[in-house]
Design a protein around this ligand. Structure first.
Ligand code: 13P
Length: 392
């Protein structure tokens, strides 16, 4: 199960001066194509879902597919929420399978960006999940996504970046040094001196948004100056769209499947190319060796209901628990069940999936859990056995 800690992965990239591709996926063909391309390059990989795309697909379903894909992949993989818009998005992203999140408050004034990002860091860190913040603003010019990033580019100021990282505790910082979301117009001009100063000042993995369309030398120059993660979408979308247009031109009566036949291969090719440009190709095994595996925890509580507790009251309690406990940060699934056969002591139980070991303490002390446990569950379940199982 090479789902790995994103902090370890990006630390490796930062030390060795290459960048991991964070590829935004929008459907299953993207997911499979991205995996295929990264596998061909033997590159560490970040599967990324951008909140701005959630009107095109159901993120809960997409992330379930990402988790399944990461688990069976031979590559070290992390799963990231890109451009998270709110604290609730961050909580849900983690609940659905992300082990890295971005809170993007970069369009807000400095103090508001700090305040919003700080809240996201507190929540995500309580689940063991690292956070990317953004300072400065990466605007959109043209292409599929450009209109989602309106306004003018604003460069990241190194001294502000230093204060931002200290005040928020972010693990990675997305910087604005001349890239744009979507397609570029003309030759891209990057402020590499500014990037070098930010790198020397912060000494944490830096992130570039708007990864499409740079020159090969520019990708190398970014990685040499501390960029450890490059977000990449438009080139994948353009490659996919070109195959669909070609199929439609070749046969104007082509059906859905025929139109889409080459999409996956085109995505794979573009992903492989990007991994090589970023310097990530061939790094998979050394990254695997240096990263902690990401392990979920199952919190198991078996119990005996108090004498006289009726079926109806039990069912109400189970329903309340499912509803309330699933809101605690880091909780991925709440299962309540009854023993199928055999002994009838400890005949009921909860199996609650935590995103990571860090959630054990977060959950134990969280007011939502305490209110349910003390107000409803424990008075009705005087005899309890509980344990936490880590995948092993
Ligand atoms: P491009 O679409 O320019 O590759 O940028 C992707 C991105 O930055 C997503 O966050």
């Amino acid at each position: 199960m090479p789902l790995v800690h994103m902090r370890d992965m990006l630390q490796h990239a930062h030390t060795h001066r290459y960048a991991v591709g964070a590829f935004d996926l929008v459907d299953l063909a993207f997911l499979e194509g991205i995996l295929e391309g990264a596998e061909r390059a033997a590159a560490p990989l970040i599967l990324s879902v951008a909140e701005s795309h959630f009107r095109h697909f159901d993120p809960e379903l997409a992330l379930a597919a990402c988790v399944a894909a990461a688990r069976r992949s031979p590559l070290p993989v992390a799963i990231h929420l890109d451009h998270g818009e709110s604290l609730e998005s961050v909580r849900r992203g983690i609940a659905w399978g992300c082990n890295g999140v971005m809170l993007d408050a970069s369009a807000l004034p400095f103090a508001d960006n700090v305040a919003r990002t700080r809240e996201a860091v507190a929540l995500a860190h309580s689940c063991g999940v690292p956070v990317e913040g953004e300072l400065g603003y990466v605007a959109g010019v043209e292409g599929e996504d450009a209109e989602l990033h309106p306004g003018e580019l604003r460069y990241t100021e190194p001294d502000e970046a230093e204060r931002f990282v200290a005040a928020t505790g972010v693990d990675f910082l997305a910087v604005s040094i001349g890239t744009v979301h979507g397609r570029l117009r003309g030759t891209p001009r990057l402020d590499l001196d500014r990037l070098a100063v930010i790198d020397r000042t912060l000494k944490i993995p830096l992130v570039i948004h708007g990864g499409t369309g740079l020159e090969p030398d520019q990708y190398r120059a970014l990685a040499q100056r501390g960029v450890s993660k490059i977000n990449y979408f438009t080139a994948l979308a353009d490659a996919a769209a070109a195959t669909v247009r070609a199929a439609a031109r070749a046969d104007s009566t082509a059906g859905w499947l025929a139109l889409h036949r080459e999409v996956r291969a085109a995505i794979a090719q573009e992903t492989e190319r990007a991994c090589r440009l970023f310097g990530a190709a061939g790094r998979a095994s050394e990254v695997l060796a240096s990263c902690r595996r990401w392990r979920e925890v199952e919190h198991v509580v078996l119990y005996q209901p108090r004498a006289g507790l009726g079926e109806g009251e039990l069912a109400t309690m189970a329903e309340e628990g499912r509803r309330r406990l699933s809101q605690v940060p880091g909780v991925r699934r709440v299962f309540h069940g009854r023993r199928v056969a055999g002994r009838d002591d400890y005949a009921y139980g909860w199996v609650i999936r935590f995103a990571s070991e860090a959630v054990i303490a977060t959950y134990r002390d969280h007011p939502t859990h305490l209110a349910f446990a003390d107000g409803m569950f424990r008075p009705n379940a005087p005899h309890r056995l509980s344990l936490d199982l880590e995948e092993w």
